[in-house]
Design a protein around this ligand. Sequence first.
Ligand SMILES: Nc1ncnc2c1ncn2[C@@H]1O[C@H](COP(=O)(O)OP(=O)(O)OP(=O)(O)O)[C@@H](O)[C@H]1O
Length: 258
Amino acid sequence: MVIDAQMLGYSRPGRCKVLPGLFGKDQTSGTAALTEVSCSLAEGELLALLGHNGAGKSTLIKLLLGLIAPSRGSLKVLGHTPSRGMAGVGYLPEHCRLYPRLSGSELFALFGRLKGATAGEVNELIEAFSLASLLHRPCQSLSKGQLQRLSLALALLGKPRLLLLDEPTTGLDPGAAEFMYQRLDRLKQNGCALVICSHDLALLEPRADKLLFIGSGRQQAFGRAADILGGDSLRAAYSRLMPNAFGESSDPELISRS
Ligand SMILES: Nc1ncnc2c1ncn2[C@@H]1O[C@H](COP(=O)(O)OP(=O)(O)OP(=O)(O)O)[C@@H](O)[C@H]1O
């Protein structure tokens, strides 16, 4: 099993106004950001992580990456308790902050060394992502789509067995988004497990093996896509499972203000 999460919960550390940091180590006294999430993912499967803005999707990704530790429940990634920078896991963040003045070739050299990638592997990625003509430009001069292509190629250094992608197609034109998903399809066929957090339901629908819906930090549904959809479109299932999904804002903070 690539991911095995049981009754996972995460509370943000509380803050004391009089003595800041008083509750810093006592995570149970903070705000619950994620509650009772149970899910699993095997090799070559794609899990679509769905939910409204602020639902807790990125928080779950941070738990899977070992950037934050669960407050409750158990979590294993590739058979281990997740830890920062663990081998076999690639990550494409929503806002990719690469060193702006470094060129693509410098970034490949840097991250390639960190991830133990061979020169052959780097060259394969440069070719697969059509990056050769962009490699000598500082990455701050690249367009959104070019930067996203470079970022995904960098995330694949070290041949990850699990790839986590947070909004991989936001801001991409339809051609660039399709290119991105074609690359992801190929990785999946080669056995890589994928977790994709995205609001682009049309691109996710034909590809997702499993669906995890999170609403206000709480799991609304998890299972095989075919079982959850039951013949519905992903948009219809989203609307059925997530109250106020369309039309009105589903962000509880916005609802309470309206
Ligand atoms: N560092 C932080 N400190 C305090 N609260 C935070 C922090 N990061 C996120 N939150 C809050 O936790 C909740 C879940 O945030 P999260 O980023 O996981 O949502 P999301 O589902 O990824 O949203 P989006 O689709 O908008 O990216 C939100 O209410 C958010 O405001």
